[in-house]
Write a protein that binds this ligand. Structure first.
Ligand code: TXE
Length: 480
């Protein structure tokens, strides 16, 4: 069975304990590789290597770093088929989705920040000719980059690319549930002789080694994407140490369809927003608000499409949904469906684990599920489920839907479907979330400020915002 290795100081190494944890293939429910069960010593070794490498890496030219990151991007493209297969096997997502989204985005992240750093500039404040202030933007040190399991390589590279481009070094901790593509990335780095210590990847259980990384005195920056609870815990450790922190957390995003929307487009998008990646995207539109006048017609059209979604073997290109990430997560999602039923939720379609005869019988498949008749303020409609579960909520008018949309503790993203442009702007202005789409969902420009309000996070990443986060401004004032 393949043993994944840590990547520390340019070398692929075992964890210092020599212990491993099982890595499951969600499609079959079988263990297929082993993940290093790292400990404090491994984190310390990685931080030491990164801190040492920072002395030289932070002084390299932008062009040098840019060229190296471009090389990494090209290598990801060269190894894309291996990465696609690995991402699907590790996470349960259809290979077709990894081919379309995850792996191209991983190389794109490197290309994007490799070029962005060449155009990054800072401010100058002129005091009417009496003095000049100019602001330097300096790399900070070792960035702790912690990423989740839903978009493993995509989100890992979204953090490490800007951190490295800006001149920091990195200790990354990928999710222990989906470590494989990070491991392949580390093998690629070793192959191209990436400078030792600049990027380090330590695998292991978040709750066991996370605190050593986020609380380490030599990791002044912490960038985290994952659950809100974990984000709160990390903030509790890093904030009193005055670290720079960026938290991209959960969402319970409203998808609002007005009666004047382009009907067919809105139905298609509602299905995509609800079920892409088995509903395991922080931006998924998991609460679908439909205006009264079109509620029944919309529901019928939606159910027709959902009933045609195919769930099964992620390697089969005909599948729309694969498996959810783990048995634990599957049980969590199913328990939310049970809870919905208990409080009077009407399951319109799905609602069960899906068993696939043959080799995949023990895989973690869930039928795409649509539920109605739940109060907008019940727990199921307030807490992130993070699975293929969509709830339908009718609404009367703008005022009512804005109140319901804003009622959760989250504020990550929202979609609004209307052909009335003024209404679109009005509702977008009233929605409390970091990202609002009008007549679309998940249309991403990597330059935009990306992040959440309320308990969906702290800070914004994307484009120059990422480069600002990963640098420290220093103002110099010259008296003329
Ligand atoms: O995430 P965790 P989990 C949500 C989703 C899911 C819930 C829990 O609702 O059901 O979170 O998922 C690392 N210090 N999202 O438990 O624990 C961990 O190893 C430092 C939404 O899998 O937040 C992994 O690398 N790191 C989300 C990463 O944190 C720690 C995507 C994320 O795992 C740590 C994923 C600690 N103390 C889950 N404990 C989104 N919105 O994108 C764990 N980790």
């Amino acid at each position: 069975m393949e043993k994944i290795k840590n990547y520390i100081n340019g070398k692929l190494v075992e964890s210092s304990s020599g212990n491993y944890i099982d890595n499951y293939n969600p499609a079959s429910g079988k263990v297929y590789s082993l993940v290093p069960d790292s400990n404090e010593d491994d984190i310390n070794a990685a931080v030491l290597a990164a801190n040492t490498a920072f002395q030289s890496w932070s002084k390299t030219s932008k062009k040098y770093r840019s060229d190296l990151l471009m090389r990494l991007a090209s290598k990801i493209e060269e190894y894309s088929e291996e990465l696609i297969i690995a991402e699907s096997r590790d996470n349960g997502k259809p290979e077709a989705l990894a081919r379309l989204v995850d792996i191209p985005r991983a190389s794109e992240n490197f290309r994007f920040f490799a070029t962005a750093i060449l155009h990054f500039s800072s401010e100058l404040h002129d005091m009417d000719g009496k003095a000049l202030n100019y602001t330097l933007r300096e790399p900070i040190g070792v960035a702790a980059c912690i990423s989740p399991w839903n978009l493993p390589l995509y989100l890992l590279t979204w953090k490490i690319a800007p951190a490295l481009a800006a001149g920091n070094t990195v200790v990354a901790k990928p999710s222990e549930v989906t470590p494989m593509t990070a491991y392949i990335l580390s093998k690629i780095c070793a192959e191209i002789d990436f400078p030792p210590g600049v990027l380090n990847i330590v695998h292991g259980i978040g709750s066991k080694i996370g605190d050593f990384l986020t609380g380490h005195e030599d990791t002044p920056i912490v960038s985290f994407t994952g659950g809100t609870q974990t984000g709160r815990h990390i903030a509790g450790i890093a904030s009193p140490m005055f670290k720079k922190i960026s938290l991209e957390l959960g969402g319970k995003n409203p998808n609002i369809v007005f009666a004047d929307a382009n009907f067919d487009k809105a139905v298609t998008m509602a299905v995509k927003a609800g079920f892409s990646n088995q509903g395991q995207i922080c931006l998924c539109g998991s609460r679908l608000f439909i205006q009264d006048e079109i509620y029944e017609k919309f529901k019928k059209a939606l159910l027709e499409k959902v009933s045609k979604l195919k769930v099964g073997d992620p390697q089969d290109d005909g599948m729309d949904l694969g498996a959810v990430v783990s048995e634990e997560h599957m049980n969590k999602v199913l328990s939310k469906i049970t809870q919905a039923k208990k409080i009077g939720g009407n399951i319109l379609t799905g609602g069960n684990r899906k068993l696939i005869e043959g080799d995949l019988l023990n895989g973690y498949y869930i039928e795409p599920t649509v539920i109605e008749n739940l109060p907008f303020d019940c727990e199921v409609n307030q807490e992130e489920i993070f699975g293929p579960v969509l709830t339908l909520i009718p609404f009367k008018d703008e005022e009512e839907v804005i109140n319901m949309a804003n009622s959760t503790k989250y504020g990550l993203s929202a979609s609004i479907f209307t052909e009335n442009i003024s209404k679109g702007h009005r509702v977008a202005a009233a929605i409390k979330s970091g990202v609002v789409w009008i007549n679309t969902w998940l249309l991403r420009d990597l330059r935009i400020p990306f992040g959440g309000m309320k308990q969906s996070g702290v800070g914004r990443e994307g484009g120059f915002k990422s480069l600002q986060f990963f640098t420290e401004p220093k103002n110099v004032c010259i008296k003329i």
